[in-house]
Design a protein around this ligand. Structure first.
Ligand code: SF4
Length: 327
């Protein structure tokens, strides 16, 4: 339901972005907003997606990442915490779990144990990685799991540009890993193949490569996503990285989908408002002492949803500066 609303709202927003008359845009948006609000009020009593921060440790230091502003203690999720989250998700019939938040999941020494446990209990297990640790051994182990989708952040097809964006990583290594991953996946029987997604964050530095990136993905039957760079609620200077970022002035009208759809657990087991909250300032319960249902429906989270539903998201410190567009 939320997904369907998401795509229809995206379509409306896209059309409105082309409407020059600001007054008209806001008038139409108010109407759309009123139409959707009732549906929103009947939101589900559980999240659709769980995003699990296996670790907040990373081996890269990308220019699009607010790592320097990240002040949380570094750590790795304990298997017991992970298991409790997965068991609780299974009880609630949550269908999708995404293994990644703020860090590189393949740095966790129990990542394959975690993937295995998640795959046994959850229908769609997706992993996001920077691709640097996908050596042949890890690729082989991955191919033996029931992971549905593996998403690799690439950002550039040009070694020099890549190394400037994904600092500390090396283009040749990552690109070789991607090629090996694609080969290994293609050698699996069709029904066991994973979806492989490459992602690119659009910036001035890589804007000339978009077509090449798309061609590569299409030639190799890969899914791809091209995103606009975000400021992580003002933690990085996104306007300097991308001078052609789209106009975000309609963002305050819509409630953020993340609050109604996705639940983020930090490595400590603490639930936080969304992936933008890199320092865990907006937390609302720990899986160690509460169930997912209790956390999802707690007073704090419900109040944040109400604030968004009333169109007052600019009253919230983190949301006021957020340009992340989950719709
Ligand atoms: S508006 Fe941004 S900061 Fe607020 S909940 Fe949504 S994604 Fe998170």
């Amino acid at each position: 339901m939320v997904g369907e609303m998401g795509s229809s709202l995206s379509g409306i927003k896209h059309k409105l972005n082309k409407t020059k008359n600001k007054f008209l845009r806001h008038k139409i948006l108010r109407e759309v907003y009123r139409k959707f609000i009732n549906t929103y009020l009947r939101f589900k009593k559980r999240p659709s997606i769980l995003r699990l921060e296996i670790t907040n440790v990373c081996n890269a230091n990308c220019i699009i990442c607010p790592r320097l502003a990240h002040k949380r203690k570094l750590g790795f999720m304990e298997f017991g915490t992970f298991k409790k989250i997965i068991d609780s998700s299974k009880d609630l019939k949550i269908k999708t779990v995404l293994l990644q938040n703020f860090g590189e999941p393949f740095l966790h020494k129990s990542i394959f144990k975690m993937i295995g446990y998640a795959c046994k209990n959850i229908e769609n297990v997706n992993v996001v990685t920077n691709g640097s640790l996908l050596n042949n051994r890890n690729i082989r182990r991955l191919m033996n799991t029931a992971v549905k989708e593996l998403s690799v952040s690439l950002d550039s097809m040009n070694p020099e540009v890549y190394n400037k964006i994904r600092r500390n990583l090396n283009f040749s290594d990552v690109f070789r890993n991607i090629e090996n991953l694609v080969l290994a996946n293609n050698s699996l029987p069709k029904e066991k193949r994973k979806k492989i997604r490459l992602t690119m964050c659009k910036m001035d530095i890589n804007s000339a490569e978009e077509n090449k990136f798309v061609r590569y993905c299409k030639t190799n039957n890969l899914i791809y996503t091209i995103n606009d760079v975000t400021s992580w609620a003002g933690l990085i200077d996104a306007d300097t990285l991308s001078k052609k970022r789209p106009d975000m002035d309609i963002k305050y009208i819509f409630p953020c989908k993340n609050l109604f759809d996705e639940l983020v657990f930090l490595w400590s087991g603490e639930a936080c408002i969304c992936c933008v909250d890199i320092n865990g300032k907006f937390t609302f319960g720990n899986i160690r002492d509460k169930s997912i249902k209790e956390i999802w429906n707690c007073e704090k989270m419900c109040n944040w949803r109400k604030i968004h539903l009333r169109g007052k998201r600019n009253k919230m410190e983190i949301c006021r500066n957020c340009d992340y567009q989950p719709w």
